[in-house]
Design a protein around this ligand. Sequence first.
Ligand code: IMP
Ligand code: MG
Length: 180
Amino acid sequence: MTENKYVIDEMISAKTIAARVEALAQEIRGRFNDTDKLIVVGLLRGSFVFIADLVRELDLPVEVDFIETSSYGDTMESSREVRILKDLRGEIEGRDVLVVEDIVDTGHTLNHVLQMLQSRHPRRLEVCALLDKPSRREVDIKATWTGFEIPDEFVVGYGIDYAQRNRNLPYIGKVRFPTA
Ligand code: IMP
Ligand code: MG
């Protein structure tokens, strides 16, 4: 599969992403403006570029932590069974928590992570997802804030990979396999 040649068509430009990240940060700041500390939790690895840009636009006292969940492997299909590969370093009980995710697809990953975090009794728990593919949803879940809703396409760039490649693209593009 990964041997097949594919091309990447730009879908969302770096400039459009930057403007949206700024707007999202404004909304998040409005929601948490009274916080003494916001714990921003990135889901590895896909959210690493997004979280880096987002926290730099967030004019709040923040702490950054990460969770890593089992991924798709090298396929384009969700495994649906979510495992925690790396847990938070810090406690979140009684704290304000913002989960930062790259894409909400079937919803299984976010659902699993939120249930786990909720069981630790944070004061507030919200989610900011860069992308949402609502047509793919299998679990009824939605991020508090979404950057862009996109159709059912496999995308890469801005932290998001296909078989670990293309995370360093500054824009978001869709993967296409040209028919010979
Ligand atoms: P879900 O559990 O099906 O919602 O999957 C969420 C995770 O699958 C995301 O955090 C991504 O890491 C990955 N994923 C979903 N769609 C894509 C895609 O189009 N490109 C790359 N990774 C994706
Ligand atoms: Mg992910």
